[in-house]
Every structure is written in C-alpha cells, then in structure tokens.
Design a binder for this molecule. Structure first.
Ligand code: NAD
Length: 488
C-alpha cells in the first residue's frame, strides 16, 4: 500500500475510534444520569469504603504507576513517589479521616427574628460531574479531584490528557477495577473527546489546564449553567528581597524550577531579586542546579533525576522562546543546551532580558528562569500587579514588614513565604487561583465543597412570630415592622 493509502487508512481508523468513544460517552452519560440519585444517597461509610478501595489499588500498583510516568516523560521513581503517589494518598487519607465531619450538616445560630427557628447547611452532592485533567501531573491532577468528587457523593466522567497515554490508560484500568462505569468512567482521547463531553449537561465541571482552554470550558458550562472549578495557570513570580537567606532561597528556587522539568502550574515562573543580592543568589542557584543534576552539560542530560519536556511541540515552543529572548539581547547565565531528539532542555537561567521578550509575558511551563532585579519593593508590586493575577506568589524574606507589604499589596491564588510549591501539599488550606489563574478551590474540605452544593435548610414551626407581620397591615402590624427596622 502507498504511503498516502496508509495515512488515509490510519485517519479512517482514528475517526472510527473517536466515533465509538463518543457513542460510549452518550451511553455512559445516560447511565450516570440515572444512577446519580443512588450515589448521592450513599452513606459516609459507603463513601469511605470506595476511597479505601481506591487507596488499596494505588498502594498495590505503585510499580505500574512508576512505569507509566517513566514511559510518558521519563519521570523518575522518587519524583513520581513524591509528586504523584504521595499527593494522592495524602488526599485519600485526609478525606477518609475527615469525611464524617465534612458531611455532617452544620447548624448555624439564629438572629433575633429567627429565634424560634432552626437553620442548617447541608452538603448535597452536585450530581453528574466531569473532570478534565492536564498532562503535567497526570496521575495526581486526575485522581486528586476524583477523590473529592467521590467523597461528595457524585458520579464522575473523567478525561485525562492525551499527552500522557500510558498514565491515562493505567487510570482507566484502575477505575474500571474499582468502580462500575455508571459511577466513574474514564474517556481517553484529545480535543474531540473533551468537546463531546463538554456538550453534555453536567452539573459540575472540574477543569485543570490552561487559561485559554479554561475559557472554552466556562463557555460550554454556561450552556447548561453548570458550576465550574477552574484550576488554571499563569506567571507566578518569586521575589527575593535583601533580607532573605540566600542559601535557602537558591536551593528551593532551583528545585522549584527543576522538579517535573519546571512543568508545574505553580513553578516559580520568573525571579525578581533585590539588585544587591543578584550575583550572590544566581551563583548559588547555579551551584544548586549542578548539585542536583551534575556539573557538566553531559551529566545533566544523563541525570536519571531530571525529567523531560512532555512533547516535541512543547520542546519546540520552549526552545523558540529561549532563542527569541536571546536574540532580543538576553544573556544565558546558566544552561541553555537542549536535545530535540529526547525533548531535553537544560535548566536555564536568563538575565538582562528586554521587557518585551516572550519569556516575560507567556507562561513558561519549563525549566527556564528569567531574572529581573529591583531597587525597592514598590517596583515589584507595580510589576506584579500589571500582569494577570498569578496562581502562586512566592516571597523569600526575613522581614515581616516586607512579607506583609507584598501580600497585602498584591493578589494571587496562594502565597508561600520562604518556600515554593509546598502550599499545594497542605491539606487544610485551599488550593486554587483567582480570575486568570482559576476559579474555585480544591484539596481536602475545599475539594469536598467544590463538588457539593451548600443547601440551606430553615426549619420553622407553627409558633413563628413572623406571622405577626403578615397582612392586613393594621397600625399594630405597621408598628411592629417599624420596630423590626429600628432594632434588628
Ligand atoms: P490544556 O489546557 O492544553 O489541556 C488540559 C485538558 O483540556 C486536556 O485534557 C486537553 O485534552 C483538554 N483540551 C485541550 N484543548 C481543548 C479544547 N479546545 N476544548 C476542550 N478541551 C481541550 O493544558 P495542558 O497543556 O494539559 O496543561 C498545562 C496548563 O495547565 C498550564 O497552563 C498550567 O499552568 C495549567 N495547570 C494548572 C494547574 C492548577 O492546578 N491550577 C495544574 C496543572 C496545570
């Protein structure tokens, strides 16, 4: 068969498999629509059992998870343990321990006109939910939200990323073993599959991905007035002031840019350092990168601890961003080497960057760290506030005054003082962005609430004094309404 014949046949087969998957979406969505009422009524004990089953699967299949992540982008075993498996088991353990309290209706105290009533907030499952996940932490960012979705008593249709096929296939296998498809089902595929899912009248959509696709998701959700949680991205600054512990800051920043190859929504995207500390800090960052991955460029490329860029497309995007920035006058302070055959990009630090260079405007999502200096914090605040609100803002400082000034003068999804990334791991704080970096929260109780409707229930009885305020509006009733306005 000729090359064009083979291409035509492959395209036909792909079209056929997309068609079949769309039919499967229609069939399973109808099943989940019927089944959601049963799932919604599940007891705390039943939901905990489901979470325990999921946990058992994860714990007994860690080797399969390591292999899938390595096959997708050469992610090392320790990094998979730390940033994929540990995050998921923490979320599971936390939900298992606290679900009873989360699900319990919360009694609220009455105001004076409601003294004879009883009011409570119940956590009602939203119903049929859709989870769309990205590729950068393919396991943790798919299963994490699913845990909250199950804990809250919903059904789920799950679309992992097409760029991590081995992990997506494994999650399909896992969820088929743990759940019936009328409760949880996985759909592999690219944009066509995502769009077919988004056309369905879900009650809640939990999307993790880029702000651009987040807008498409929100438009699709508006069609059915589905609620959304959007976990998006953007440019997260890291600020190092003149009081910071430079050893500590350098190590943590180098780690934050190197782990997962910098492909993290909350990776420090660019560095703003006080001009008096620039040389010392950059020297230490370079030293730390060498300590982590090797001194020479060959050692770094062969380091088993350093992952790869996910795809050729993203590798070319980053390489072009780097070349364009250098062509515009920036200097490569460290790194800069790459190997397109293996999607390898050395951890790279850039200085003397012209303000209009792409690296200072687009989300980098890779191991490139542009560095800018400042003289006073007002400049920093103005610079950060002129951009979209970031998902994370980091400040390394030993001055409480400077920490407070930066936090109170800027807006960000979350902030970590004297560290990077770890705000993601704390189960008792919300994780989420604001506007361009996201809408809504996840993790722990915040994740449970994202998938729950807070339903108010007000219990009255026949003795309600509010009946005294009903028509006809006699002088006596009018007097009472006036008193109400005056005193309550
Ligand atoms: P992406 O937005 O390209 O894709 C995310 C998901 O959306 C994938 O499953 C993909 O198949 C689907 N998708 C892509 N185009 C679509 C379209 N036109 N219509 C419908 N669905 C579509 O994101 P990505 O490249 O997988 O991940 C990188 C982005 O995700 C970065 O911007 C990063 O900051 C962000 N991110 C955010 C978080 C967070 O928790 N806030 C976490 C990880 C990644």
């Amino acid at each position: 068969m000729s090359a064009s014949g083979i291409l035509e046949q492959t395209e036909k087969m792909e079209e056929e498999s997309v068609k079949q998957e769309i039919e499967r979406i229609n069939r399973i969505f109808a099943m989940q629509q019927k089944h959601r009422h049963i799932v919604a009524k599940s007891s705390v004990g039943e939901r905990i059992q489901k979470l325990k089953k999921l946990k058992q699967w994860v714990e007994s299949n860690t080797e399969k998870i390591h292999k899938a992540l390595y096959s997708d982008f050469k992610k090392s075993v320790p990094e998979t343990d730390l940033t994929e498996i540990f995050v998921v088991t923490t979320e599971l353990n936390h939900a298992i321990s606290h679900l009873k309290r989360w699900m319990k209706p919360k009694q609220v105290s009455p105001t004076v006109p409601f003294l004879t009533t009883k009011a409570e907030i119940r956590y009602e499952p939203k119903g049929n939910c859709l989870i769309i996940a990205p590729w950068n932490f393919p396991f943790n960012l798919t299963i994490g939200p699913l845990i909250s979705c199950i804990a809250a008593g919903n059904t789920a249709m799950v679309k992992p990323s097409e760029f991590t096929p081995a992990t997506s296939r494994l999650m399909k296998e896992m969820l088929l073993e743990v759940f019936a498809e009328e409760e949880v089902a996985v759909f592999e595929g690219a944009v066509e599959i995502s769009q077919a899912l988004l056309a369905k009248p879900f009650h809640h959509i939990f999307f993790t991905g880029s702000p651009q696709v987040g807008k498409i998701v929100m438009k699709a959700a508006a069609e059915h007035l589905a609620s959304v949680t959007l976990e998006l991205g953007g440019k997260s600054p890291v600020i190092v002031d003149e009081t910071a512990d430079l050893e500590d800051a350098a190590k943590k920043i180098a780690w934050g840019k190197g782990v997962n190859n910098g492909q993290i929504c909350i990776a420090p995207d660019y560095l703003l350092v006080h001009e008096s500390k620039k040389d010392a800090l950059l020297d230490k960052i370079k030293q730390n990168l060498n300590n982590f991955y090797g001194d020479s460029k060959e050692e770094k490329e062969n380091s088993s601890d350093y992952a790869r860029i996910i795809s050729t497309r993203h590798h070319s995007r980053l390489k072009k961003m780097l070349e364009d920035t250098v062509n515009q006058g920036a200097t490569v302070y460290a790194g800069g080497n790459s190997n397109a055959e293996d999607n390898y990009l050395e951890p790279t630090v850039l200085v003397d960057i012209p303000e209009d260079a792409p690296v200072l405007h687009e989300e980098i999502f890779g191991p490139i760290l542009p560095v800018k200096t400042y003289k006073n914090l007002d400049e920093v605040i103005e610079y950060v506030n002129a951009k979209e609100k970031p998902l994370a803002l980091y400040i390394f400082s030993n001055s409480k005054k400077n920490q407070e000034l930066v936090i109170s003068s800027t807006s960000a999804g979350g902030t970590c003082v004297n560290d990077v990334l770890t705000q993601f791991l704390h189960p008792n704080i919300p994780f989420g962005g604001i506007n361009n970096s996201g809408i809504g929260n996840s993790h722990g109780e915040y994740g449970f609430k994202a998938f729950s409707h807070e339903r108010s229930v007000l219990h009255h009885h026949a003795m309600s004094p509010l009946k005294l305020l009903m028509p006809p509006y006699t002088d006596q009733v009018k007097g009472m309404i006036k008193m109400l306005l005056r005193f309550f």
